[in-house]
Design a binder for this molecule. Structure first.
Ligand code: NAI
Length: 284
């Protein structure tokens, strides 16, 4: 049986993941700003440090996996963009970096980061916002959205999830992660019925946009089903899954972007590996 850290453990999909992991006999250390084993506010540097240390103290230096589900949605509010960046991006990246040694100690660890299909279905997210986040600069990222007024929280939300996803894909293939037996992957849900979505539906402008958004299979997703996906991505069956973004969104991403992806790698990226490699890649 494994030992897992789960952020956002007090509500919604994180809570479902905790209960399914425990039901399967695993040990779970929950991290949340409310009702959890490690109470920590991931919107501040000291809260993130407390989360890292609290979990490490509880697991005796070894983690078999982590689920990064803590997140805040794009509801309106003062300084909301900054808050979104701190929790949704830095609350993922800093915690994983802080837990990397403990994940390495497992020899076979799996990590699931909650992304979102807002990453590929929200237009006009500025590149500089994502670049600032990938440098760890939440303040600059927030400044880059000031001119967008009421649209800032939605752009911040999508930007936070794009940056977290890119960080995961960049890190996943590196020797210190893939080579250390750690599988880093992203689960990208569409609209799932949880307290986060309920808050958005309670905001009239948000509710209108959510209800008008095309979901080919119809309705909203179920938190328990998404937790089942997480458990599968933490299982031995996911040993060959590395740096993937798994969309579970009722078809919205495919609806908008059927022809955008998959897309061939630009030739210049293969040149360093030689022509033989390029020919091999083209045969698969
Ligand atoms: P939720 O609101 O039910 O749960 C989120 C949890 O994060 C809560 O327990 C909350 O206390 C915790 N949290 C928020 N701010 C925190 C902070 N500063 N420090 C520590 N913990 C904090 O949300 P839900 O829907 O279960 O979301 C889980 C993840 O899935 C989030 O990352 C969210 O962005 C993502 N997601 C949700 C979608 C949805 O439609 N519900 C769609 C796509 C992605």
């Amino acid at each position: 049986m494994g030992v897992y850290a789960v952020t956002g453990s007090a509500s919604g999909m994180g809570r479902e993941v905790v209960s399914k992991l425990k039901a399967a006999g695993h040990t779970v250390v929950g991290v949340d700003v409310q009702e959890s084993d490690v109470v920590a506010d991931l919107s501040t540097p000291s809260g993130r440090r407390h989360a890292i240390e609290g979990v490490l103290a509880a697991v005796n230096g070894r983690l078999d996996g982590a689920v990064l589900a803590a997140g805040i949605g794009p509801t309106p509010g003062r300084d909301r963009a900054r808050l979104i960046f701190e929790v949704n991006h830095l609350g993922v990246v800093e915690l994983l970096e802080g837990w990397r040694e403990a994940l390495t100690a497992s020899g076979d660890a799996k990590v699931v980061v909650f992304g979102s299909n807002s990453t590929t279905t929200t237009p006009l997210v500025p590149r500089r916002t994502v670049r600032a986040l990938l440098r760890g600069d939440a303040e600059k990222a927030a400044k880059s959205l000031r001119m967008f007024g009421k649209a800032a929280p939605s752009l911040a939300y999508a930007g936070s999830k794009i940056a977290a996803g890119r960080w995961v894909r960049r890190a996943a293939v590196r020797p210190e992660w893939a080579g250390a037996g750690i599988r880093l992957n992203v689960l990208a849900p569409g609209a799932i019925m949880t307290p986060l979505l309920e808050k958005q539906l309670a905001t009239p402008s948000e509710a209108k946009a959510i209800r008008a958004f095309p979901v080919p299979v119809g309705g909203f997703g179920d938190a328990g089903q998404l937790a089942d996906w997480v458990l599968f991505m933490l299982s031995d069956s996911a040993a060959f899954l590395c740096g993937s973004v798994v969309f579970v969104d009722g078809g919205s991403d495919a609806y908008f972007r059927a022809d955008e992806w998959p897309r061939p790698v630009p030739l210049r990226r293969l040149v360093p590996y030689g022509w033989r490699f390029a020919r091999f890649a083209s045969r698969r």
